[in-house]
Design a binder for this molecule. Sequence first.
Ligand SMILES: [Zn+2]
Length: 297
Amino acid sequence: MKYNQRLTINELLKLLDNYNHKEFHIHHTWKPNYSNMKNSTPEKVNDGMRSYHKSLGWGEIGQHISTFPDGTILIGRNFSKKPVSIANRNTGNFAMEQVGDFDLGKDIITVKQRQITLELIRYFMKRGTKIVFHREYSSKTCPGTSLHKSGLVEASDYYLNNPGELRKWITGEDVAELQRKLGMTGRDVDGSFGNDTEKALKEYQTKNKLPVTGIYDNATRNYMEKGEKPMETTYRRLFIHGIEAKSVTVKDGKSYLWMESIGKLVPLVEFFEILGLKVEERPYGNGKALYVENKEV
Ligand SMILES: [Zn+2]
């Protein structure tokens, strides 16, 4: 491993297998920011940070890796050395600097750069490594007020399995694009999927008679991009009262119920199975019918 070496995400994850870091520290550089990246290269930007860190008496660059808007990953400090990352929390931990200023209203993280962060969060979560945002132990906003920890942790699961789906508290250029499509303008287009974006999305879903999930899911994306309505369900009625047929949605060939109480789509089959009923979906006309204990419902 050497300074300024470029790594793909897979090479990075393989390399990390050789270490046993206790915490994964997530930062943004604040400066340099995206506009400082123009007319420069990741290597030059890393060199600039190294010179600065040396001038602070750190001996070398503080972080183990730097990530860049184009998806480049560069090695900084050797992974076996402790970083200069968070006061009193450096020993045995791993530090990443995302180059950019991710405070609200400043840089909006690119999908490529966010992807690296999501992959690393997923990797470290699986290993039981603690995920730490710098601001949890500092008065700084680092890694930026536009980045939400809960959203990124959740997205490291759903987004990596279903790229394109966007939920509350994720951030990125793709969210900004969604916000523009929803008719949001000016400072509201901040790339951060918060309450205002969720509200606008739900209004759009209601208006267009889509499942009102508040999630930019396949049904909404297909409608927005191609004008395709989600497949109609063929359930004629549901015998559990309190659940209306209109709340059933078919997505990726499976049927779901939108459960307002937990804010989630629950697979219909799972729902009935929780009630101890044997459930099966069978073809019915152009759609599907639901059989509970071998009786059509
Ligand atoms: Zn920081």
